[in-house]
Design a protein around this ligand. Sequence first.
Ligand code: ADP
Length: 402
Amino acid sequence: MSGPRLVLTINCGSSSLKFTIINPETGEERLKGQADALGSSSAALSWQHDEKEGTQKLSPGDDYEGVIGALVKRFDGPWSALREQLRAIGHRVVHGGEQFADSTLINDSVVSAIRACCELAPLHNPAALQGIQASLLAFPELPQVAVFDTAFHQSLPDYAYLYALPYSLYRDHQLRRYGMHGSSHRYIGERSAEILKTPTDKINVISAHLGNGASLCAIKNGKSVDTSMGLTPLEGLVMGSRCGDLDPGLLLHLGEALDYSLAELEQLLNRNSGLLGISELSNDCRELEEAMGKGHAGASLALKLFCYRLAKYIAAYTVPLKRVDSLVFTGGIGENSSWVRRETIGWLSQLGYQLDNKRNEDIRFGSEGQISKDGTLDILVIPTREDWVIARDTIRLANRAL
Ligand code: ADP
């Protein structure tokens, strides 16, 4: 196909905006960058292009619109050759509620539907919405697509997505488990199928996305049938600064006996818990491994708790899958921490999992491959590519819009 064919992906977080320009056919990243610390005096735009790095200060008043304005100026100047090759724009949106089981071309009614989901994801969707609106104004001639983190998990059966609460809370308020990291888990399912030479609709995978946020997904015949995040990204695994699963009665106790307000609970559960809360040192796995090496007891306990919870979830996901073709580690921790992989698999030998220690040490820092012993259950490491999933969906829908 001739003509413009690159995709700009935009990912608005709570105080950052990440972007890439990517070739959706090959996955090649032509430009990659981010705006960090938005709203503060250190706000800045940084990028890598043609193996060169650049930065530019942003003003503290710059919001997502300001960042997109700064990008447009660069597209009118030094990046004009890339601009001419842009075919479409893909936006990552965390929450698509029950309305979106696939990515979608953005129009007014889609914008309204994303706005309606803000209630379900108050920390995430408003940022995505601002990015979308600024980008619709800045690039009116390009088709724009929303890619939802929740969409891949819309195939969960009701007995997996419902909480055992009064059914009316689901019926009247859509309170249920939605799951996140859908683009990453979908990529892991599709890539595993390629590696194992199995059709995507026949592959069964347990996908462990372990980054600052962490979630597990059971993929059966290529579709998500269970996942560890819930209504919000708080449920499930231990994360960098989020607690994961808790006894909900503990929240009542914190409110009643210790006088925690809702704002204090939000801070406690999302920002002060997880690896950070237990170690009393850091939310960062690499830093904790270093500290553990020097005998820091809190770091060691936090990492052990992380792996134990993860191993229990992996064992649980053999229930919906029955036959597991591959267990896959991905995300910053899953791709790089041979210690976390070894500790986790150590709990799972009764299921038939055994690591090949040399492969486990060798496959890190962006490489892909098998880390299990030959003849035992398959364990893979696959670097995730959420931006490529977004770009592929974006071009598929943009071409359909022709
Ligand atoms: P995010 O969810 O923000 O995208 P990432 O997927 O980049 O996060 O994962 C960040 C996590 O990966 C951090 O805890 C970091 O310490 C961990 N990590 C990155 N490299 C290594 C490494 N070499 N060893 C252990 N952990 C690592």
